[in-house]
Write a protein that binds this ligand. Structure first.
Ligand code: GZL
Length: 357
């Protein structure tokens, strides 16, 4: 074969091999599609299990205030603070369009527990609000309410029970109120050689009485106050006066009176006047609540200080109840924000005119 023919033959062979390699190796069987693998067997649908229990009501997560039927267990009607608290619940219920079933426990614990059972058995009631007369004895009835699918909100008075048994507690920091009271009493008695104080206590089983007393004792050591008499006046002006009268019969050597609420302070003021002493001058008077009567007594110079305790809790309580109804997790405690008012405040009349209770 002459050279030209040989070159052409080799070129053709090379070209052919190039063409084949560009497609890759000699065409082989298109790789077989991967063999169909068994589709994973659908896993067994989980056995039907209990739907996760939500803390909410059947209307969750779209409950409205109009869906709420609230059974409210009020302590009673022992004074100005309580009247303002009750009014807050009744007026706000009307404004929001929820149904309120009001139960007056008449300051009787057995009645309050009976009322609680009544609301648990009431098929219309889906939320129970409790202003507890005492801190203890609530676990069993709270568990019954939970088992019945009822939401429980604690208002005003804290209780000693597991937080898992209620949605939240909305109320004051009573121990802080007690510490504020001690701080103010120290100021009132500044420069006084003797700092003997008498304490009028609320209902001894209540959180307000226990915690205010504890807070006052924590704060009074700062200035050497000595509590020489302490007795319950059961939140009432009548009993506050009777207790103070009895103490005055024994001795008039007192520089300050710490009344755990305004009503008992008013009773002490009356007793001092009838014993020939000038309340607010001879004996400094400090109370808690900041009700309308306290502002009147401060303007008259008979009461020196009142530590505020906010009774207008209904808006916060109803909002918490609605959130709980919609299955929301709530903080264990929503503390109220409160101040202190003094008779020597130059703006006292203006402040008084702006108060709503
Ligand atoms: C305080 C409230 C107390 C008031 C009293 O939150 O529970 O109960 O201080 C009332 O006046 O009786």
């Amino acid at each position: 074969m002459n050279k030209k023919l040989l070159f052409n033959f080799l070129a053709v062979v090379m070209l052919a091999s190039l063409i084949l390699s560009a497609c890759g190796s000699a065409p082989t069987e298109a790789p077989a599609a991967p063999a169909e693998t068994e589709a994973p067997a659908a896993t067994e649908a989980p056995a039907a299990t209990e739907a996760p229990v939500t803390a909410g009501l059947a209307c969750a997560p779209n409950c409205q205030y109009s869906d709420l039927v609230i059974g409210f267990l009020q302590t009673g009607s022992e004074g100005g603070w309580r009247a303002a608290n009750t009014a807050s619940f009744k007026e706000t219920a009307e404004q929001l369009g929820l149904t309120l079933k009001f139960y007056d426990s008449q300051n009787d614990l057995a009645k309050q527990v009976a009322g609680f059972h009544q609301f648990i058995q009431d098929p219309e009631v889906n939320v129970i609000v409790l202003a507890a007369l005492e801190t203890t004895g609530w676990e069993e009835v709270l568990q019954e309410a939970k088992d019945a699918g009822k939401i429980v909100v604690i208002e005003d008075r804290r209780i000693d029970a597991p937080e898992t048994l209620y949605s939240t507690y909305i109320g004051s920091d009573f121990a802080l109120e007690g510490r504020k009271a001690a701080e103010e009493m120290c100021k009132l008695l500044e420069g006084s050689e003797s700092k003997k104080v008498w304490e009028l206590v609320g209902n001894v089983g209540s959180s307000a009485a226990k915690d205010r007393g504890q807070g006052f004792r924590e704060g009074m050591t700062a200035c050497g106050i000595e509590i020489v008499n302490s007795q319950t006046g059961n939140w009432s002006a009548t009993e506050g006066k009777q207790v103070t009268e009895a103490w005055l019969k024994e001795s008039k050597d007192v520089q300050g009176i710490f009344a755990q609420n305004d009503e008992m302070g008013f009773g002490a003021i009356e007793a001092l006047k009838e014993a020939g002493l000038v309340p607010g001058v001879d004996v400094k008077i400090l109370s808690v609540d900041a009700t309308a009567g306290a502002f009147k007594a401060m303007l008259a110079g008979e009461l020196n200080v009142t530590v505020e305790c906010n009774p207008l809790l209904a808006p916060q309580v109803y909002e918490a109840a609605l959130n709980a109804a919609n299955g929301e997790e709530l903080p264990a405690w929503v503390p109220s924000q409160e101040g202190v008012f003094r008779s020597d405040d130059p703006n006292l009349q203006e402040i008084t005119d702006g108060r709503t209770y």
